[in-house]
Design a protein around this ligand. Structure first.
Ligand SMILES: NC(=O)c1ccc[n+]([C@@H]2O[C@H](COP(=O)([O-])OP(=O)(O)OC[C@H]3O[C@@H](n4cnc5c(N)ncnc54)[C@H](OP(=O)(O)O)[C@@H]3O)[C@@H](O)[C@H]2O)c1
Length: 305
């Protein structure tokens, strides 16, 4: 059984760190050197964030290779970390001159080619987890399932999942797979609570998979936003930060996610080591029901009925 700082996504399935490092913003403030990236990987791993979330498209298709260059210089062992990537979104980009517009492709040829490119760019011979990035209205579930199974049979991918799927879309793909879908990576935070009521977290709890959570701090809007909701939330989070000794509103916002019984796995987006360390303290904070509901109330702007 996974320990408190790790989590088994499904029974007998892959184990990730309870907090995951999200690599989406790696190139946002310029291009870090491979040594800088290696240091960041080391810092995250030392904090217990041993799982790293990627997608083929991050940084206009350039994050995976930048991360791979850092990984090659990092002194640790590949088997001590977990690498997640995604495929299925096609960006209109100078790096993909054939794409005339943004679209989705969950066909077998694209899945196979994208996974191969991710392996090459990351400099690894397997992905711990590959996700279909977004639901594709043209997804042929039999074809997509067969392409995913082929990657697993070949040892190139250890497990598969989805992202941004509705329960019905998840069930469709799962129904054609002989292997389990191990997660649905969805947006959820104190700033975006629809997953609490639209059935996505109920579905995860019913089937027993741990959903990965993207933009767990609202993509930073929790700190920067100037609306009434952000002001209410910062006040409520500050109060709970004082009561619990967490002393940081971001850590409380992450602890709010960790309190949910569906076993949420937040994917942290900051690139700042000090912020990662502060947010990792969320693992030591347990909110009681009234604290949890005070934050929901601040988010919604009214008490529950
Ligand atoms: N599956 C999908 O469709 C999907 C979509 C989006 C993202 N993702 C994944 O989810 C990950 C996280 O998303 P996200 O970056 O939006 O997550 P987030 O953790 O909600 O937001 C991170 C942003 O908040 C900023 N921030 C400002 N003050 C902060 C503070 N005190 N503490 C922490 N952060 C602060 C960070 O800036 P600094 O860097 O300056 O700290 C960063 O720009 C991504 O890296 C990616 O792996 C997946």
């Amino acid at each position: 059984m996974a320990g408190a700082r790790q989590i088994e996504l499904v029974n007998g399935g892959p184990v990730l760190s309870r907090l995951v490092f999200g690599a989406w913003r790696l190139l946002d403030d310029g291009r870090p050197s491979p040594e800088d990236v290696a240091r960041l990987i080391g810092t995250a791993a030392d904090l217990g964030l041993t799982s790293f979330d990627h997608a083929d498209i991050y940084g206009n298709y350039e994050v995976e290779a930048a991360f791979g260059a850092g990984l090659a210089r990092w002194g640790g062992r590949r088997e001590d970390i977990q690498i997640i990537s995604k495929c299925g979104i096609m960006l209109k980009s100078a790096n993909r001159p054939g794409n005339r517009l943004k679209f989705y492709d969950t066909g077998a040829a694209h899945i196979a080619a994208s996974a191969e490119r991710s392996l090459k760019n990351l400099g690894t011979d397997y992905l711990d987890l590959l996700l279909i990035h977004r639901p594709d209205p043209l997804m042929d579930a039999d074809e997509t399932a067969a392409a995913l199974e082929k990657l697993v049979s070949a040892g190139k991918v250890r497990a598969v999942g989805v992202s941004n799927f509705t329960p019905a879309q998840y069930d469709l793909l799962a129904s054609r797979l002989a292997i389990p879908l191990v997660t649905n990576q969805i947006e959820h935070s104190v700033m975006e609570t629809s997953a609490l009521i639209d059935g996505r977290l109920d579905h995860a709890q019913r089937l027993g998979y741990a959903p990965m959570i993207w933009s767990p701090l609202g993509g930073g809007s929790l700190f920067a936003g100037d609306g009434a909701r952000e002001h209410r939330l910062r006040a409520a989070l500050t109060a709970v930060a004082g009561e619990t000794g967490a002393n940081d509103i971001g850590a409380v916002a992450i602890a709010w996610l960790l309190r949910h019984p569906a076993r949420l796995v937040p994917v942290l987006g900051t690139m700042k080591p000090a912020r990662l360390a502060t947010l990792a303290r969320a693992l030591d904070v347990t909110l009681d029901r009234q604290q949890w509901f005070s934050i929901l109330e601040a988010s919604e702007g009214h008490a529950v009925s």
